[in-house]
Design a protein around this ligand. Structure first.
Ligand code: C5P
Length: 259
């Protein structure tokens, strides 16, 4: 059995892959199945956590005992993750978020009979993981939320790299309180450690799970192998195995940082 070392912890996990609409019937998407995020949610519940799963286009049944919020685009995923992160202890961004979206969404279906196709221009999506890290940095003045237990909630006034404060986001009800532990994912094909360490620092997260992209791993398969990079600590290797193994390795490190 698993330890109940996440008892009472509020945890947000994003899973799946975003879709960015071109017109009412077409989108730009990616191959993420959501299996790793769902494994994280199931194992966190088994270890006693209270889990909200923000699922982008996942064709999997809701895991028992988990609050599931379904979203489609990166914009929707950002809103749902920031809302669910209010008062959360831990956020894990396992979703594959589209880096770009079409600049305009056509109101009507683009027809062959319209003639030669127009180009699709892309615009950048917000980096949600980097935003969570920057907000915490602004609130606590350090990469980790442990330096102080209180901290100003007014992230917008700190002059840091915060993209947008909670009150400017449309709902107006977020306090800006930051999670204690922030976990990101990355798929790297080469220079895994160097690229991963740079990304960990750039995004301001505590842990970065680097998937070694290749045969029988990551996208759409039940198995995964990963290197978990740890801010201020040694990397942890998780050998090829079920995605639950990667999830449990993440929760071991999260539980250690929470205690
Ligand atoms: O920069 P890269 O896409 O490799 O980073 C991957 C990590 O960042 C994942 O944890 C993913 O969920 C997160 N991400 C994000 N918002 C984006 C792009 C990636 O939160 N726009």
């Amino acid at each position: 059995g698993r330890p109940r070392d996440l008892a009472g912890q509020k945890i947000v996990v994003s899973a799946g892959g975003t879709r960015e609409a071109i017109d009412p019937v077409r989108y730009i998407g990616n191959r993420s199945s959501g299996l790793q995020g769902y494994a994280l949610a199931r194992t966190a519940v088994a270890r006693g956590a209270e889990v909200t799963l923000v699922a982008a286009n996942v064709a999997l049944p809701d895991p028992a005992g988990v609050t599931v919020v379904r979203v489609e685009s990166a914009t929707e995923l950002r809103e749902a993750v920031l809302d669910a992160s209010e008062g959360a202890d831990v956020v894990v961004m396992a979703a594959a978020v589209a880096d770009f979206r079409p600049e305009t969404r056509h109101e009507a279906k683009i027809k062959k009979t319209d003639g030669e196709p127009d180009p699709i221009y892309l615009t950048k999506n917000p980096d949600i993981l980097a935003e969570l890290g920057a907000r915490r940095q602004a609130a606590f003045g350090s990469a980790s939320g442990f330096a102080e237990s209180g901290g100003s909630a007014d992230t917008g006034a700190a002059g840091g790299p915060v993209v947008e404060s909670g009150s400017a986001s449309g709902r107006g009800s977020r306090s800006g309180a930051s999670p204690k532990v922030i976990v990101g994912f990355a798929a790297e094909t080469h220079d895994v450690l160097a690229n991963g360490q740079a990304k960990l620092a750039r995004k301001g997260c505590d842990l970065l799970v680097v998937n070694q992209v290749g045969e029988g791993r990551a996208f759409g398969t039940p198995d995964n192998a990963a290197t978990v990079l740890v801010a201020g600590g040694d990397p942890v290797e998780v050998p090829l195995g079920p995605k639950e193994d990667v999830a449990d390795a993440v929760w071991d490190l999260v539980a250690a940082r929470l205690s």
